[in-house]
Design a protein around this ligand. Structure first.
Ligand SMILES: [Fe+2]
Length: 212
């Protein structure tokens, strides 16, 4: 509360018309659990195109999408050269992880994991597939989501999950539904455009300073 009201007063002092939106833009991205499926087996190809594995002739199943956004600090300054560690389920809802008990078929052509960096303006971009929902327990279905770990020296390391708009399962999710309305609004990517049959989603990330 203190943080939000402080941000609110800073933004109104600076004369922004929509101080609440600005305050939201500068709220550090909420953290979320790493979950059980962080990759345990190294792989050669961890580039920004998860729809194709180097050396494979086939491409990943499902709806291919682009995720792009900017990493900033709480004052709105771009964070360059931040490392983004990204992993997710494939179009069948299956992780490339030995402990994933989901009987769904693993897509052998889906890369599943990427490590990329933000550019000089804090911008990052990757191509992937729309992850499917998957069972986390007998009574709990996780909505489609992408896991992120973001690190940059001087900033608090962030582990979080990105969600998609218009997913009925979001509201029922035991993790997502625990977040405040403000937190939920920044954890959901926005569909901003479409390149041919490739939807483009925007997901911006705000890092907090490292507190000693
Ligand atoms: Fe997950």
């Amino acid at each position: 509360m203190i943080k939000l009201s402080l941000l609110g007063s800073i933004t109104s002092t600076l004369g922004f018309n929509n101080s609440f939106a600005k305050a939201l833009a500068m709220m550090p991205t909420p953290s979320e659990t790493e979950g059980p499926f962080y990759p345990v087996k190294d792989q050669q190809d961890k580039d920004a195109d998860l729809t194709q594995i180097e050396g494979h002739s086939g491409i990943a199943e499902g709806q291919h999408i682009i995720i792009s956004g900017q990493i900033t600090d709480v004052a709105g300054h771009p964070v360059e050269e931040a490392m983004l560690d990204i992993w997710q389920a494939d179009a069948n809802g299956r992780y490339r992880h030995p402990l994933d008990a989901n009987p769904a078929t693993l897509d052998a052509n889906f890369q599943g994991w990427a490590i990329i960096r933000s550019d000089n303006n804090g911008i990052f971009r990757f191509k992937t597939v729309m992850p499917s929902a998957y069972p986390a327990s007998k009574t709990w279905i996780r909505p489609p989501h992408i896991h992120f770990k973001i690190s940059k020296s001087g900033y608090r390391p962030l582990t979080t999950q990105m969600y998609f708009p218009d997913q009925e399962l979001n509201a029922k999710d035991l993790l997502f539904s625990n977040k405040s309305v403000a937190e939920q609004s920044v954890m959901i990517a926005k569909k901003i455009s479409q390149q041919g049959n490739l939807p483009i989603y925007e997901y911006n990330i705000v890092l907090d300073l490292l507190r000693k």
